[in-house]
Design a binder for this molecule. Structure first.
Ligand code: AMP
Ligand code: GLY
Length: 420
């Protein structure tokens, strides 16, 4: 089995596959210091589509699981299908749900899926007039793949204006969305033309600093299940969003086979709207979701890649999970890398609670673990209650040292009762 990518998400997928009886061997391209402990890393970048397709053939991969969106948008699933290698991840047209926000918005409009209204601004638009007519906060998005960093949500007119002008300068146009109020959640839905399976809902923490303040990041921590997705919210999400999307995608000439990441905003009346679709597992949502799958992950991913998910009825754990991201100094503006990390091999195993590290931007150099990216690793706890899972995650984070690093110390706060 070949996994493409090099983040914490791919380490979590590797660990899930390692626990699967159906999986004989695990290869990762390019991988990181964590995946190297679970399988064989190959030095092929996730942007090198020819190299990855060649590697999959060379090692006789029976399944290729794509972590990031880039290679999907570039058509890796189409290329693998041409040589009859099953791929978990949609073809290039399906991947446009993430590759173009405008395309996703148009489809949601066509299918009457609830989402924020959108305006497209370009060189011909009167930006000052638009900002006067539409009250803050403004949600401004570049329509490019920007690893979670192409979005600014602000009530500062100068910041909104600057980002709008900069984006139009770079891309020719920019999108401004209606602001949605509420609480966010992520629903990962594994789907193919035969059916779909929802994984336990999770919640990410996109802002860099405690209390959801500061710049947007790739995600600073997550937990699952997210209680904001109550049974009634869940059934609304299925009826109003997942069912229409599945119906549409299963009827395309080439069906969607992979995971649809539904980014949700849930308002105070329990009404869900789509913030975004992604065509891959979330990071760090995967680190808290995969540990809650009790069935054989290899079987689930292979069945989906072969259009056969409805033949399985996966079981989920009743435990909770939380993960806390440790980021490099400067992240998300810049990242100071090349620093030694110690303590990342700490694990916890006490009764039903367990904890361990998911490695992200770190490699092994001269026998040492060294930071190589913005999000370096995340400490994950799995336990009977969410507060216990969070405690386990922080116990591990506290035993790790990396000069200049930072992490949020309020992961899961929305789901916990207020402190006395
Ligand atoms: P996106 O890359 O589209 O997921 O946006 C990144 C983050 O910006 C989201 O996770 C939200 O926190 C915030 N955001 C995006 N769109 C909206 C919106 N329409 N209303 C409020 N917040 C939003
Ligand atoms: N955690 C946000 C994402 O994966 O897009």
């Amino acid at each position: 089995m070949l996994i493409v990518g090099s983040g914490g998400r791919e380490h979590a997928i590797s660990i899930g596959l390692d626990r699967s009886n159906s999986v004989a061997s695990i290869h990762i391209a390019p991988g990181n210091a964590g995946t190297a402990m679970v399988g064989t890393n190959h030095p092929v970048k996730s942007s090198d589509i020819d190299g990855l397709v060649g590697l999959a053939s060379e090692i006789g991969a029976d399944l290729v699981v794509i972590g990031p969106e880039g290679p999907l948008v570039e058509g890796i699933a189409d290329r693998l299908r041409d040589i009859s290698i099953p791929c978990f991840g949609p073809h290039s047209e399906g991947a446009m749900l993430e590759g173009s926000k405008m395309h996703a918005k148009n489809l949601m409009k066509q299918l009457r899926i609830p989402t924020a209204a959108v305006t497209r601004l370009d060189h011909d638009s009167d930006i000052e007039e638009f900002l006067v007519q539409n009250p803050p906060p403004w949600v401004v998005k570049r329509d490019v793949l920007a690893a979670g960093k192409g979005v600014v949500v602000t009530s500062e007119i100068d910041e909104a204006e600057r980002f709008i002008y900069d984006s139009i300068e770079k891309d020719g146009f920019v999108i401004v969305e209606e602001f949605l109020d509420g609480e966010e959640a992520s629903l990962l839905v594994i789907m193919d033309e035969s059916g779909y399976v929802c994984l336990p809902p999770s919640q990410d923490h996109k802002r860099a600093w405690n209390g959801d303040r500061g710049p947007n990041t790739g995600g600073m921590g997550a937990y699952a299940p997210a209680p904001v997705v109550t049974p009634s919210v869940h059934s609304r999400v299925l009826k109003e969003i997942v069912e229409p999307m599945h119906h549409h995608l299963r009827n395309q000439s080439v069906p969607y086979r992979g995971v649809l990441y539904v980014g949700l905003m849930i308002d105070s009346d329990g009404r869900p709207s789509v913030v975004e679709f992604n065509v891959r597992f979330g990071d760090p949502e995967t680190q808290v979701t995969i540990p809650l799958i009790e069935s054989d992950l290899g079987e689930i991913l292979l069945a989906t890649a072969e259009g056969n998910i409805s033949s399985l009825d996966p079981a989920f754990s009743t435990l909770s999970s939380a993960t806390v991201v440790l980021a490099s100094e400067g992240y998300p503006d810049f990242s100071k890398t090349g620093k030694e990390i110690t303590g990342a091999d700490v694990t916890i195993d006490e009764g039903l609670s367990r904890g361990y590290v998911h490695v992200a931007g770190a490699i092994i150099q001269g026998g040492k673990m060294v930071s190589s990216g913005g999000r370096v690793l995340s400490a994950t706890g799995i336990a009977p209650s969410l507060s216990q899972a969070i405690d386990v995650a922080y116990q591990i984070i506290d035993s790790i040292s990396l000069e200049g690093s930072h992490f949020r110390n309020d992961i899961g706060y929305r789901a916990l009762p207020p402190k006395e």
